[in-house]
Design a binder for this molecule. Structure first.
Ligand SMILES: [Zn+2]
Length: 243
């Protein structure tokens, strides 16, 4: 089991760890990870590992091991691998990760502005997207939706994590109704991400900024039809470019 340091503190940029094993695919498994593994629509982190000898191993991706019991960091092709037992220092590519955190949090707000069932999504450092199952006859106004989104960003709402037990979840059907994704019950507890007092509340295992103001300026860059009722909404950083 890898201790998920990023889950308790998404702002950790560096931390020591011990190499516990190497996977068959050449992935590096650590006892504790600040690297987020690809999942939930958020890309796995990139960065580097610093060895005791002062050498850097470039990390080009991060993923769960096949049985999801641990996290494996993917080294660059041809990199000299550390050995189990080695102590290394993890260094995140913070510029990329921070953009993921801002974008990911913006995705939560987008699902508030457009309160339709979400059918898919992907966070990126430059552009992110959410796919909505839009009811027949409904349409999205790019400018109005961007304004509503920025009002939530500028509202400087706190983003916090709460844990509830599977039993508490079952005892609060009203809470389940606010959730857009079926929570992964079975492990005994469910991680919820709450924005503001009641802006948004949903189960999520990703990394987020601590207040919506940190997202900064974003805009809906493109609307696409992907099938009859599937509308793809793309989000980018910066102000909306007007023709
Ligand atoms: Zn999230």
């Amino acid at each position: 089991m890898t201790e998920l340091l990023y889950r308790d503190d998404a702002y950790l940029r560096t931390a020591e760890a011990t190499v516990t094993s190497l996977t068959e695919e050449g992935g590096i498994v650590l006892d504790r990870s600040i690297f987020y593994p690809n999942g939930g629509g958020q890309p796995g982190d990139i960065g580097s590992l610093e060895t005791a000898a002062g050498e850097r191993i470039a990390i080009v991706g991060t993923r769960y091991t096949a049985d999801r019991s641990a996290i494996a960091l993917t080294p660059a092709t041809g990199a000299a691998l550390p050995a189990p037992g080695d102590i290394v220092v993890q260094h995140l590519d913070w510029e990329t990760r921070y953009k993921h955190m801002r974008m990911h949090t913006a995705m939560h707000l987008l699902s508030v502005v457009l309160p339709y069932p979400v059918t898919g999504g992907q966070v990126g450092a430059e552009e992110s997207r959410l796919d909505f199952d839009l009811p027949e006859g409904e349409s999205v106004d790019r400018i109005k939706a961007t304004e509503a989104l920025m009002a939530l960003v500028n509202g400087d709402h706190s983003v916090i994590t709460e844990w509830i037990t599977d039993d508490e979840l079952a005892a609060n059907p009203g809470l389940v109704k606010t959730m857009k994704v079926k929570p992964p019950v079975g492990s005994g507890r469910v991680r919820l991400v709450r924005i503001g007092t009641d802006v948004d509340l949903q189960p999520c295992g990703g990394t987020h900024v601590s207040t919506t103001a940190e997202i900064g300026e974003v805009h809906i860059s493109k609307l696409e039809n992907k099938g009859k009722i599937n509308r793809r909404v793309r989000l980018r950083f910066g102000p909306m470019l007007t023709a």
